[in-house]
Design a protein around this ligand. Structure first.
Ligand code: ADP
Length: 280
């Protein structure tokens, strides 16, 4: 399932003295099966755009196409339930939303709420607990007896249990240690590759965007100022400078990267070791 924003503007508190536009004429097409990153500084409109991906917010102007549904200003947002099921959002610190007595019940809660049978929901939970890298006996534990990283994985399993066609990740690794961050990002990348899951990553991390995404959109003051492949985005030094965006590895190894850019690189964001191996 793909998502398309056409000329989307959004104002908070529309029609009141506190009216504030957070998005201006955003055009963004995310085709089915794409891994799209959205980057930008705080206040650039990332959270606002994210909430348009499953109808949590309705555009003040323009249209949002989610699969075959259209959400537009003035149009009644009816039947959003199927959209909510198909577009799973992993919000920042999703573990704060855990509440059931056991991990099993927590993972089963979403699908059962959407009419999935108990048997099917339990089967999904048993499969997903492995997928998120936790042992099966975690299912019988209280979510509150787990570590922060484990809780995050349980919360992610809960979103995946809805069997979404699109997954939206809002800074999914915030607060995790570097190893945990890489494991979670690699897991989503594998899901994207193996299941063709359309993946939208909202992040501050230029490195994650460069490493994992097919396309990177840059938000700046409520506008989508650029959307391209990592190579296109990072080759555009002028734009990066204009919007004060830095990619540490690119900056640090600028010359070597430039040399490498003549070759076709599968990844443009490399660790120091990978880069050393490439240029050796
Ligand atoms: P980001 O996620 O990139 O930090 P946001 O989408 O949260 O950006 O914010 C975009 C703009 O909208 C900011 O100027 C912010 O102050 C404003 N904004 C966000 N939420 C609200 C709100 N509930 N009411 C009024 N203004 C808001």
């Amino acid at each position: 399932m793909g998502i398309k924003l056409q000329q989307v503007s959004y104002a908070y508190s529309m029609g009141t003295p506190f009216e504030k536009y957070a998005l201006f004429d955003v055009d963004l097409t995310i085709p089915h099966g794409t891994y799209q990153a959205i980057i930008g500084h705080t206040g650039s409109g990332k959270s606002t755009i994210l909430q348009h991906f499953n109808g949590l917010l309705k555009p003040s102007k323009g249209q949002v196409h989610i699969g075959d549904r259209v959400i537009a200003a003035g149009k009644k947002a009816k039947e959003l339930k199927p959209v909510r099921q198909k577009v799973g959002i992993v919000f920042q610190f999703p573990e704060h939303q855990l509440f059931e007595e056991t991990v099993l019940k927590d993972i089963m809660f979403g699908p059962m709420n959407f009419g999935v049978s108990e048997q099917e929901a339990e089967q999904r939970a048993r499969e997903l607990i492995h997928l998120v890298g936790l042992p099966e006996d975690t299912l019988n534990k209280s979510p509150f007896d787990l570590s922060g990283g484990q809780m995050r994985r349980v919360a992610i399993a809960g979103v995946l249990a809805m069997d979404p066609e699109v997954i939206v990740l809002d800074e999914p690794t915030a607060g995790l240690d570097p190893r945990g961050q890489k494991e979670i990002m690699d897991m989503f990348h594998a899901l994207h590759k193996e299941r063709g899951l359309t993946t939208i990553l909202v992040t501050h991390s230029m490195e994650d965007a460069a490493r994992y995404a097919d396309k990177i959109a840059i938000m700046h003051e409520g506008r989508c100022v650029l959307n391209g492949t990592p190579l296109e985005v990072f080759a555009d030094a002028e734009t990066l400078e204009k919007y004060r965006l830095e990619l540490p590895h690119i900056v640090r190894f600028q010359r070597k990267i430039e040399k490498l850019m003549n070759k076709s690189l599968s990844k443009i964001c490399l660790t120091e070791e990978e880069l050393a191996a490439e240029v050796a």
